[in-house]
Design a protein around this ligand. Structure first.
Ligand SMILES: [Zn+2]
Ligand SMILES: [Zn+2]
Length: 460
C-alpha cells in the first residue's frame, strides 16, 4: 500500500501546522495547529484539501498553539479519530486551549470575528477526556495498545523526545516494512532547562522535517553558555542606567528557559536581586514545569521556578497600569508581540523612552509586530497595534540567540545520519525552506528533497 502526504498549511510557512499522511492503509493527521497571527478561516489548517478523507488517528507532537490550536475542531470533524500525545503535552495543551477560548472570545469583540470562539471550555473538557497518553520509546498500535517489536507489518507509531519544550516529541511511524519520521519542532542542543533531543538513529524511508532556522547560519563561536553571559552583562548594563527590561517570549517553553537563566544569574551573583514579572498563562505553564520536574528528562531537575524565582504575575488589566520602574525584568508573552497581548501592551508603554530596553531572545515571524520592531530597530518607527498610532523607537533594542529550535547545521547532520530516501521540508518561511532544499540536494544526492506544495497530495 502506498504512502501519501498532504501539507495542510495554507502557504509554505510556520502557520496552522497540520499534515495528512496515509501509511499502511491508515489515515493520520500529524498536528492540528492554529496560525499564531492570522484570524478566522485563515488561522485554520486547510481541511478542504482532504475533504473526502476520514482520519483514523491524530498524533500531536507538542502543545504550542501552531501545532495543537485547532485540535478540538479536528476532533469534531473526524469524530472516529483516536488522539495520541504525551501526558505532559495533554496537560499543557488543555491549559493552552482553554486560554485560547478566552482570547477568541475577546477577539470576537475586538475584531468582530463572529466565528469566534471556535470551541468552548466544555468542548475542550470533553475532548481532552478522549486524549490517550503515550510514553516515549514505546511502539503503539492505532488502537492505542502496546505493539510487539517483532510485528513488522502492522502499523505502529513511537514517540521520541524532541528537546524543544516540555512534552515535545518526534514521531516514528512504521507499516509494511516502511518507516516515516516526523521531527515536530526539535532542538538537538541542550537549552537551560530542556535537554537535547534523543531521536532514532536507524535509517528511515521518509523524513518530514521542520526548517524554522533554515535562513540563519549558526553564529561563529556561539555557545549557549557565552550567550547566557552576554545576557547577564546586558542586564547589568541596563540596570546601571535604571532601565527596565522587556523580554517578549512564548508562554510555553521560552518563559521557563528565561526564568531558569535569571535564577542562575542571581545565584551566581552575576546580577543582584531584581523583581521579575510574568503573565498569568506563563505562570500556569511554569507550575506544570515545576510539578513535572522530577518525572521529565531535563536539566536542573530540583529547580522549582515558581518558588525559587518567585515572579510577580501581571494580567491583561494590570499590565496597562503597573508602574514602569528601572531594575525590573518583564518576561511577557506573546513572543511575536501579537496585538493586545501583554508583551505588545507593555512594549507600547516603553518604546518611546530611551531609558528602557527590549531584549529579543528567539524566533519571530518577520510580519509579526516583534518582527517589524526588530526590522525597524532603534530610531525607526513601528505600529505595534494597527488600532493605535505608530511610535518612534527610542528604547534600547538587543538580540540574543536562545532558540528552542535546532540549528540548520544540526538538522542537516541528522538527515545525513538517517539517510532517508525522501525528505519533506515543512515548518519554515520560504527562504528557510529554500536554503534547506538547496543544501540537502547538494549533500544528499541519493535522497529526493521535496517542498510539498500546500494543499496538494504527494505520492511517496
Ligand atoms: Zn513549537
Ligand atoms: Zn512550531
Amino acid at each position: 500500500m502506498g504512502l501519501k502526504f498532504t501539507n495542510l498549511t495554507r502557504h509554505t510557512e510556520i502557520g496552522a501546522n497540520s499534515y495528512y499522511l496515509e501509511i499502511g492503509g491508515h489515515r493520520l493527521l500529524l498536528d492540528c495547529g492554529m496560525h499564531p497571527k492570522n484570524t478566522g478561516e485563515n488561522a485554520l489548517p486547510n481541511f478542504k484539501a482532504i475533504a473526502d478523507s476520514e482520519v483514523d488517528a491524530i498524533l500531536m507532537s507538542h502543545a504550542h498553539q501552531d501545532h495543537i490550536g485547532t485540535l478540538p475542531l479536528s476532533m469534531r470533524r473526524f469524530p472516529a479519530a483516536r488522539i495520541f500525545m504525551t501526558e505532559a503535552t495533554a496537560e499543557v495543551g488543555s491549559v493552552l486551549l482553554h486560554n485560547s477560548v478566552n482570547v477568541m472570545t475577546r477577539q470576537r469583540e475586538e475584531i468582530g470575528e463572529m466565528s469566534y470562539p471556535l470551541f468552548t471550555h466544555r468542548e475542550i473538557d470533553r475532548a481532552s477526556e478522549r486524549w490517550r497518553w503515550c510514553p516515549l520509546r514505546q511502539r503503539i498500535s492505532v488502537a492505542g495498545e502496546r505493539a510487539a517489536q517483532r510485528e513488522k507489518d502492522t502499523f505502529t507509531f513511537e514517540f521520541f523526545d524532541a528537546g524543544h519544550v516540555l512534552g515535545s516529541t518526534g514521531v516514528l511511524l512504521r507499516a509494511e516494512g516502511q518507516t516515516v519520521f516526523y521531527t515536530g519542532d526539535v532542538n538537538f542542543d541542550n537549552q537551560t532547562v530542556m535537554e537535547a533531543a534523543v531521536f532514532p538513529e536507524e535509517k528511515v524511508d521518509v523524513l518530514i522535517m521542520e526548517c524554522t532556522r533554515g535562513d540563519h547560519a549558526k553564529p561563529e563561536g556561539w555557545t549557549r553558555a557565552s550567550e547566557e553571559r552576554r545576557l547577564a552583562e546586558a542586564l547589568v548594563a541596563a540596570f546601571e542606567r535604571d532601565a527596565c527590561v522587556l523580554i517578549p517570549v512564548f508562554a510555553l517553553g521560552k518563559t521557563q528557559e528565561i526564568l531558569a537563566m535569571l535564577y542562575k544569574f542571581r545565584r551566581q551573583r552575576l546580577v543582584s536581586e531584581f523583581p521579575i514579572y510574568i503573565g498569568g498563562l506563563s505562570s500556569k505553564f511554569t507550575d506544570i514545569y515545576d510539578r513535572r520536574a522530577h518525572t521529565t528528562r531535563r536539566q536542573l531537575p530540583r529547580l522549582k521556578l515558581t518558588r525559587e524565582v518567585a515572579p510577580f504575575i501581571l494580567n491583561d488589566e494590570t499590565v496597562r497600569d503597573t508602574p514602569v520602574r528601572g531594575g525590573r525584568v518583564y518576561v511577557l508573552s506573546s513572543g511575536m508581540m501579537i496585538p493586545k497581548t501583554l508583551s505588545n501592551v507593555f512594549a507600547r508603554r516603553i518604546l518611546e523612552n530611551p531609558q528602557h530596553s527590549i531584549f529579543f531572545v528567539g524566533y519571530a515571524n518577520p510580519d509579526s509586530p516583534a518582527g517589524l520592531l526588530r526590522e525597524a530597530g532603534q530610531g525607526g518607527e513601528v505600529a505595534l497595534d494597527p488600532d493605535k498610532r505608530s511610535q518612534r523607537i527610542r528604547c534600547n533594542i538587543q538580540q540574543f540567540q536562545f532558540s528552542a529550535h535546532a540549528t540548520r547545521e544540526s538538522l542537516i547532520d541528522f538527515a545525513k545520519r538517517i539517510s532517508p530516501k525522501k525528505i519533506l521540508l515543512v515548518h519554515g518561511d520560504p527562504p528557510a525552506v529554500e536554503w534547506m532544499r538547496a543544501t540537502l540536494s547538494n549533500q544528499l544526492s541519493d535522497s529526493d528533497i521535496i517542498v510539498p506544495t500546500p494543499g496538494l497530495e504527494v505520492e511517496l
